[in-house]
Ligand binder design. Structure first.
Ligand code: G6P
Length: 623
């Protein structure tokens, strides 16, 4: 959840660490800190708040040093405070540690170390590591780190420097992400490639229980017993400016607008002709395995889970395989029965979400084959899956997931169509239509983005309302859930995504003029039923924003009561969000785009911190 960055070279480390932390700020943002070694001493600055506060602190109290480590924190153990922010120092003040992850046995270690005379200054789990390294330090920092790690249980990526080993930066990981960036006469560490992409495109991806000894002109990778490890250099596939805002006010806005290109990337090399089979490199499943499947279980967290709900619908409708979708945290807690020939499809933008990773391990242990639908390359989930299909969305920085969501659905649609073809389960004409519609989708996404001002005008009408309801049925029920999640997470407006079929079983009690309802009523199987729901809402003076297919003449006036008081919403036509026609089964992709824009503009009009909503983090690497 936290972000770490480190530098060793000839330039000033604090500035490089701070720039890297800024690119990681989305991971955690309640406090930050930087430590350097200079003239044989450690020097540390810590602040509570956003990184601008760190900037001010460095102006007032400059830090000087060419080796340093930095950290941005999202509190897990101990409240956000200067004492609890990283880097943490050893008792003798000679060793500094930054950490991402959670040390599970820290209470026990803390008691033990306290008994041995070490004095704790924070409530964090991390501080035990600083003291442990001191305890084991006999002139060799890397050796001390390896011994200390042997005492730890849990998840971690550490960056460690020591005043008595001034030319060395040591990094080690277990379960939490870590890369070492390769420069010329300088090197870096980071918990995310995006943090150092500005400096280099060449990295080593560090694996569990591997340690890196980094100097100005060398990087040695070993296991914890100091046996050397050979690792290929990984070249970061996106350009240096890809992690910047590129003229948009927020990353979220930029990422919403990146969707057409991202869809084209996702299609590239996989689908170009509706008459030809889809090619999914990385899927790693034979035709026979696909034919033998008896069950598919989708699992994920947050937005990715909503994409999984669409995936389940597509898999069942098209490939005719019994399917279910479960929240990762729930799947693991209910000890599911896994039959032979069960496939688990894990969906994750980051590939690092702790609950998703654990659910993957459980499903694998029970005998399921696991394939994952991921964005970040070479993440922990990627490495533990039997096959990986990348969504090719490029880096997603905004905490509220947008392009990853539509691309997850896009990718799962390709997987479901591929399975349907291999199994001969769907009408070939339908398959052809869906493939053609997927090929058209980037163009439709462009059209939808060109209509942004219409959505903004609707946002302006409703942004002050405190409550909202998103209703849909069938394959678009997840669209309603995701639309509501988007709105609540960035605008803090109470929003519920509900099956319209359940309206009369509770939510209708909420309807009143101050609650707006977003009704997804695109062409398809559930159209007539959705009309009836809109009428019920209008009859109770609830304002309706309808998401409907271009050219629909019925919806604007649905539920209109010409005899009603003109101030009553029942007398006013519905607010319309128009989407171009596409097959209902893949309409969740197009429907998502204006709902992302609606949430974005409402939050912006309310003046919220869109890219860094309160209490949320982009990647949840703790359970
Ligand atoms: C956090 C993010 C969400 C994301 C979820 C799952 O809650 O804020 O945007 O959907 O984690 O993350 P993943 O990286 O596994 O898709």
């Amino acid at each position: 959840m936290c972000g770490i960055v480190g530098y060793i070279g000839t330039r000033q480390a604090p500035q490089i660490c701070l720039a890297g932390l800024r690119r990681l700020e989305y991971r955690g943002y309640d406090s930050a800190g930087i430590a350097v070694v200079h003239d044989g001493e450690l020097d540390v600055r810590k602040v509570v708040g956003k990184l601008d506060t760190m900037d001010e602190e460095l102006e007032k109290n400059p830090l000087v040093g060419t080796i340093g480590i930095g950290h941005t924190r999202w509190a897990t153990h101990g409240k956000p405070s200067v004492e609890n922010s990283h880097p943490h120092l050893s008792d003798n003040g000679r060793i500094a540690v930054v950490h991402n992850g959670i040390i599970e046995n820290y209470q026990e270690l803390r008691e033990q170390l306290t008994g041995e005379g070490y004095e704790f200054k924070s409530q964090t789990d991390t501080e035990v590591m600083a003291h442990l390294v001191q305890k084991y330090y006999e002139g060799n920092l890397r050796a001390a780190v390896c011994r200390a790690v042997a005492d730890l249980e849990g998840a971690f990526a550490f960056g460690i420097i020591c005043a008595d080993s001034p030319g060395e930066l040591v990094a080690v990981r277990r379960f939490s992400p870590l890369v070492v960036g390769i420069g010329e006469g300088e090197n870096y560490i980071a918990s995310d490639m995006g943090a150092i992409r500005q400096e280099t495109d060449r990295v080593y991806v560090i694996d569990d229980d591997e340690v890196a000894l980094i100097t100005t002109d060398g990087i040695e990778l070993t296991d914890l017993d100091l046996n050397p490890i050979e690792r290929e250099v990984f070249v970061i596939p996106w350009p240096a400016d890809a992690a910047q805002k590129g003229g948009h006010k927020h990353f979220m806005h930029k990422e919403i607008h990146e969707q057409p290109d991202a869809m084209r990337n996702c299609l590239a090399g996989r689908l170009s002709d509706p008459g030809k089979p889809i090619k999914l490199e990385g899927l790693n499943m034979t035709e026979q395995e696909i034919k033998n499947l008896r069950r598919v279980v989708f699992t994920a967290c947050g937005t990715a889970y909503h994409a999984g709900l669409v995936g389940r619908f597509l898999m069942e409708s098209l490939a005719r395989i019994p399917s279910e979708a479960d929240l990762a945290a729930e799947l693991r807690s209910r000890d599911p029965v896994v039959l032979d020939n069960t496939l688990c499809i894990v969906i994750s933008q980051s590939g690092e979400t702790a609950d998703t990773l654990v659910a993957l391990r459980d499903m694998k242990a029970k005998g399921a084959k696991v394939i994952s639908v991921l964005n970040v390359v070479d993440s922990s989930i990627a490495r533990e899956s039997d096959g990986v299909v990348y969504i090719q969305a490029g880096p997603e920085i905004g905490v509220a997931s947008t392009k990853a969501y539509t691309l997850q659905i896009f990718t799962m649609a390709m997987i479901a169509i591929h399975f349907a073809e291999v199994r001969g389960a769907a009408d070939p004409e339908l398959i052809r239509t869906l493939k053609q519609d997927l090929l058209n989708t980037p163009k439709l996404a462009e059209e939808l983005l060109a209509r942004e001002d219409d959505v903004k005008a609707i946002a302006a009408k409703h942004y002050e309302k405190p409550n909202s309801l998103y209703l849909a049925r069938g394959v678009n029920l997840p669209s309603a859930m995701e639309g509501a999640l988007k709105l609540k997470e960035i605008s803090y407006i109470h929003a519920e995504g509900y099956s319209a079929g359940e309206m009369k079983h509770g939510p209708i009690a909420l309807v009143e003029p101050n609650l707006f309802t977003v009704a997804i009523v695109v062409e398809g199987e559930v159209y007539e039923k959705m009309i009836a729901n809109i009428m019920e809402i209008k009859a109770r003076s609830g304002p309706v924003i309808a998401v409907a297919t271009d050219g629909d003449e019925q919806i604007p006036a649905t539920g209109l009561d010409e005899d009603a008081d003109p101030d009553d919403v029942a007398a006013q036509p519905n607010d319309m969000i128009w989407v171009p026609p596409t097959h209902e089964l893949i309409s969740p992709i197009t429907v998502a785009i204006p709902l992302q824009l609606l949430a974005y503009h409402i939050a912006d009009m309310r003046g919220e911190h869109i890219d860094q909503p309160r209490n949320l983090a982009k990647t949840v690497t703790v359970e």
